[in-house]
Design a protein around this ligand. Structure first.
Ligand code: C5P
Length: 228
């Protein structure tokens, strides 16, 4: 069975505050997008990559692919309004009947090959996998007025990262069901699988190097953490 990685790079990077989306910002001489693609391009267990990119940056994305002669990218697609829409576009473009699918945020450029391998190997046993990291901060549940409602036991809470891995049929079904559902608040693909109770979701341990680049300071931090 093929393993296909979908890389989501269609964000506008509003919170980042630059003219260009954050995936096109360079760290150590390469764009965040190139770092993310190369983690999968260079991984022996990944067969194919589908890149979902910002509609305004399709040409730039293609230029980057050509320049680097990436071999595994089979499709460059336009993303949608939300991450969920971009993910939907990637999943629905898969022609195979069966496949293992990894969905990854381009904004996590330093995912290491062990995490990718652990996700793929876990697919032998589970149909949905979430990379996650322990929460060093206590989480507080609040209401709309900023009043604390609940302070849960930290040891039962983790921070979700990507890649998230799925049996193709399960993630397709989740996105099909989500098309007709209203008011979904999920921010990732495991959230959808969980909402429709389609599979038990297994955790693969992530790490701090795999944190998402959201604000300019995250670039500085990524540079430091990478050297540790
Ligand atoms: O916005 P956020 O940082 O949560 O985005 C996570 C990932 O999803 C990023 O890599 C971003 O490029 C991608 N994304 C997307 N399409 C959107 C919004 C975000 O592919 N409409």
């Amino acid at each position: 069975m093929k393993t296909i990685a979908i890389i989501l790079a269609s964000g506008s990077g509003e919170r980042f505050g630059l003219d260009v989306p954050k995936q096109f910002v360079k760290i150590e001489g390469k764009t965040i997008l190139e770092h993310a693609i190369e983690a999968f391009e260079n991984h022996k267990l990944v067969d194919e990559i589908i890149l979902v990119t910002n509609p305004d940056y399709i040409d730039l994305s293609k230029e980057i692919i050509l320049k680097n002669s990436y071999k595994k990218i089979t499709k460059v697609l336009k993303g949608g309004k939300t991450r969920k829409d971009s993910s939907y576009n990637g999943i629905m473009a898969i022609n195979e009947k069966e496949a293992g699918v990894l969905i990854h945020d381009a904004a996590r450029p330093f995912v290491d090959s062990q995490i990718i391998e652990n996700c793929i190997l876990a697919l032998d046993k589970y149909k949905a996998i979430c990379t996650a990291i322990e929460s060093v901060d206590t989480l507080v549940e609040i209401d709309e007025n900023n009043i604390v409602q609940n302070i849960p036991n930290r040891k039962f809470y983790m921070r979700a990262q990507t890649p998230q891995a799925f049996d193709l049929k399960i993630i397709k079904k989740a996105h099909e069901l989500a098309q007709n559902a209203k008011d979904l608040t999920f921010t990732d693909d495991c959230g959808l699988v969980n909402q429709f109770a389609l599979a038990k979701i297994f955790i693969v341990k992530g790490n701090e190097k795999n944190n998402k680049i959201t604000y300019p300071i995250d670039i500085e931090v990524a540079g430091i953490v990478r050297k540790i």
